[in-house]
Design a protein around this ligand. Structure first.
Ligand code: RM4
Ligand code: MN
Ligand code: MN
Length: 430
């Protein structure tokens, strides 16, 4: 039997904190009431909010210099599922995980689906991987995949994406996320126009086989691993591609995939307006695609993004149904702790965005009262909504303080015994 944190441990830990928590929640409730905000309505929204955990995120990441694995690392998808389930058990914020193929490949997907179900975890978007060659692979992705100059390589990359859809159907997924590393390192290396045509041709072939109730998420990224040009480099290119193939193609925003200082919330607003926002890969960054923990560097940016999302939902923007996923690399922390904190940071930004008085904001904008508009906008960000998040978890059977319960459980020590280290784990590359 593999170790699971006993629910009784959560109950005991909560019992010690519940009186102080009730005081904090009551005080915040009274404060919000003065501005006619119903705290319970926000708590209900937060409780219903879900963000998917990436299966590759529960392994320790690394840099191109080294990887320092921790004890009790997951050895494969079955172990990863247990870690994902633990994150959800304590936070009640992550009911699904987003698998990556071929990293999570198994011989029996029915068994995998059953195990996930038993653990209370569902599957979100499936991610294809055409940025790495697998052992023994004859047609290499060294010079690209969906936009490769050779048709045979493009066909292989298309076939892999179709296989991902097939697997996803067995797992109950409804979306395929396509991120390609294709691009060039030297001016002149590739024809900037032709590679886009090839990409569209390949994407069309994938799109043609997308089940009716499925969507395909196109993920852009400014650079890396290609450092001169990237085929799907930005949201404009992504939107062009989505519009070229059809309505089930949407544009996914990974927060780390933009040039420094780019106004990501404006990109989000534009994609919502176009009815093409697929959703997010949440992480944080300072220099590039750093894949740092969500909210650890710039929580205000996350808040600004959530302002657009809450506003879109409030006004009933057509086609607005984003998928939320984390996408981080954990090099120096316990991945479970990082993912729990990040899920809570996403919820924090979401809760804060409800504290913006939209009617007052609109009036201030209309009157060009700049400072008033800015202060109204920022009101949510400066509020500490931690009691709302804790209450949403408590009501759902989660932990008031997930990190404390996780540490008290000694989960890693248990897993270190159950999971002897294996060489060549594929987890942790983001
Ligand atoms: C990429 C991108 C993709 C992720 C890979 C591992 O930078 O963020 O979403 O699947 O890394
Ligand atoms: Mn990503
Ligand atoms: Mn990335």
């Amino acid at each position: 039997m593999s170790y699971r944190i006993p629910d009784a441990l959560i109950g005991e830990a909560n019992a010690k904190l519940v009186a102080a928590h009730a005081e904090d929640y009551g005080a915040l409730g009274r404060r919000l009431e003065r501005s006619s905000v119903d705290i319970d309505a926000i708590t209900a929204k937060v409780a219903a909010f879900a963000v998917a955990v990436p299966t590759w995120g529960v392994g320790t990441g690394g840099t191109r210099f080294a990887r320092f694995p921790g004890p009790g690392e997951p050895r494969g998808i079955f172990d990863k599922l247990e870690d994902c389930a633990t994150i959800h058990q304590l936070t009640r914020a992550t009911p699904t995980c987003s698998p990556h193929f071929p990293w999570d490949k198994v011989s029996d997907y029915r068994e995998l689906a059953e195990r996930a179900k038993a653990l209370g975890v569902g599957f979100d978007a499936v991610n294809s991987n055409t940025f790495q060659d697998q052992p023994g692979q004859k047609l290499s992705y060294k010079f690209g995949s969906l936009s490769h100059s050779e048709k045979a390589v493009r066909n292989r990359a298309v076939a892999h994406n179709l296989e991902c859809i097939e697997i996803g159907e067995k797992l109950g997924s409804k979306a395929l996320t396509v991120w390609i590393a294709d691009g060039s390192n030297f001016p002149g290396q590739s024809n900037l126009n032709r590679v886009f045509d090839w990409y569209l041709e390949s994407l069309n072939a994938i799109y043609a086989r997308l089940p009716d109730h499925w969507r395909v998420f196109l993920e852009h990224k400014l650079c890396e691993p290609a450092f001169y040009s990237t085929v799907i480099s930005d949201w404009g290119t992504s939107l062009m591609a989505a519009e070229a193939v059809g309505p089930k193609a949407l544009c996914l925003v990974d927060l780390g995939h933009h040039a420094p200082n780019v106004n990501i919330e404006q990109i989000v607003a534009r994609l919502i307006r176009a009815g093409r926002l697929a959703g997010f890969h949440f992480n944080d960054s300072k220099y590039g695609d750093d894949d740092l923990d969500t909210g650890s560097i710039d929580p205000f940016r996350l808040y600004r993004v959530f302002n657009e999302l809450v506003y879109a939902s409030a006004r009933g923007a057509p086609g607005f149904d984003p998928a939320y996923m984390l996408d981080q690399s954990h090099n120096v922390t316990d991945p479970i702790e990082s993912l729990m904190v990040s899920a809570m940071e996403v919820q924090r930004a979401y809760a804060q965005a409800f504290l913006i008085d939209r009617a007052a904001l609109e009036a201030a904008q209309q009157a060009n009262d700049v400072m008033l508009a800015h202060r109204i906008f920022k009101a949510g960000f400066v509020a500490d909504v931690s009691p709302i998040l804790a209450e949403a978890r408590r009501r759902g059977g989660g932990a008031i303080d997930p990190i404390a319960v996780y540490r008290a459980s000694k989960y890693r020590t248990h897993k270190a015994k159950e999971r002897p280290a294996v060489a060549g784990s594929s987890s942790g590359i983001v």
